[in-house]
Design a protein around this ligand. Sequence first.
Ligand SMILES: [Zn+2]
Length: 139
Amino acid sequence: MFPNLGKDAGRFLVRDGESKWTAAEAREVAEQLLTESARLEEEIAAADLELSDFLRNSGEGAGDDQADYGSSALEREQELTLLNNTRDVLAQNKHALNRIGLGTFGTCENCEKAVGKARQQAFPRATLCVECKQRQERR
Ligand SMILES: [Zn+2]
């Protein structure tokens, strides 16, 4: 999947006092992201299938009383929100994998300093260093 990971990992930025990324550490994060992406894709596919079933059946639900219809619409809306979140997380995972492939993994997308290896290992999807993240949250 990442043929140059051994070479690229050494270029991932780290903070002062942190050791360089080893290929094994980078591979571990990449595998974690890949495994999670596969799981999320399955979740999304299952939800999509359920949703299209619902849409197909909703035309036949004319006999449902109003209360039933209301609660299933609400449930549907919650499921859609959840599904959108799942899609977001998947997109972030793919983005992180992209960053690994490009060798920009570990670089803050705002200030271009190191995200920090410890932070990046704990949050493989993180694209900002702690300072930029906090600044963003205060806005
Ligand atoms: Zn930053």
